[in-house]
Ligand binder design. Structure first.
Ligand code: PXP
Length: 258
């Protein structure tokens, strides 16, 4: 069972540096430069999502990241043959399987694992055999978590989008209900022996309750950090996020000891 005392890791998602670059079709701002800066600022890993339509990260970005990064790359991808072949060519440290729809603006929901169990089990097996740590991006839903455990995924990432949106829009009763699901399902997944990550939509305002969940070992955060970097710089935005995460963790440890 994953160790509850492990420090909380921060994976910085650099997709939206590529979004800005691609708005003009040139070479700047360079996502690789952002990744190296994030590494310097204390990111424990870099996350990049190679979408089927290549709307932000490109195949060349992935090559550059694989060559230059010292921290682990978490390669986000849909469960397609094309992406599996790319992952098997590069063998990144981690592969996170996400649902993907062309018409969506961002990854809207979690993966439907329960209905696609056999297919996904066969899909992730070669990735795990090659040495990638496979994680499955899912909603905080018992059925999906049980299915993720059954297909042999060592890691799940819980989708925090609904919680973050409810917080940002002032729907606090809904936010609290979403948070309760995340809290309970993080504990449930941990009991099943899964390593628990979380991410999507996290900001300075809503990160702490998630960071305080003792079973959560890693947060993956992108859009807010890149947006905030416009005002404060990337190193400062990452450093402040880390600070809040650590503060939440320490407060929670203090409560546990009290
Ligand atoms: N985790 C996963 C699996 C994602 O798909 C995304 C968005 O690409 C994130 C985390 C990061 O979300 P955000 O950019 O909203 O911080």
């Amino acid at each position: 069972m994953p160790d509850l005392k492990s420090p909380l890791r921060l994976g910085v998602n650099i997709d939206h540096v590529a979004t800005v670059r691609n708005a003009r079709g040139g070479a700047v701002p360079d996502p690789l430069r952002a990744a190296l800066l994030a590494e310097k600022a204390g990111a424990d890993g870099i996350t990049a999502h190679l979408r089927e339509d290549r709307r932000h990260i490109t195949d060349r970005d992935i090559e550059g990241l694989m060559e230059a990064l010292r921290v682990p790359l978490n390669f986000e991808m849909a469960a397609t043959d094309e992406m599996q072949a790319i992952a098997l060519r590069h063998v990144p440290h981690a592969v996170c399987i996400v649902p993907e729809k062309r018409e969506e603006r961002t990854t809207e929901g979690g993966l439907e694992v329960a209905r696609e169990e056999n297919k996904l089990a066969h899909f992730i097996a070669p990735l795990a055999d090659a040495g990638c740590r496979v994680s499955i991006f899912i909603a905080a839903d018992r059925r999906q978590i049980e299915a993720a455990a059954r297909i042999g995924a060592p890691v799940i990432e819980l989708h925090t989008g609904a919680y973050c949106d409810a917080h940002a829009e002032g729907r606090f009763a809904e936010r609290d209900a979403e948070f309760a699901k995340l809290r309970d399902m993080a504990a449930f997944a941990h009991q099943l022996g899964l390593e628990v990550h979380a991410g999507h939509g996290l900001t300075y305002d809503c990160v702490k309750p998630i960071a305080a969940l003792p079973q959560v070992m890693e947060l993956n955060i992108g859009h807010f950090l890149i947006g905030e970097a416009i005002f404060t710089g990337l190193e400062a935005s990452i450093a402040h996020m880390r600070h809040l995460m650590e503060e939440a963790r320490n407060e929670q440890a203090g409560e546990g000891a009290a």
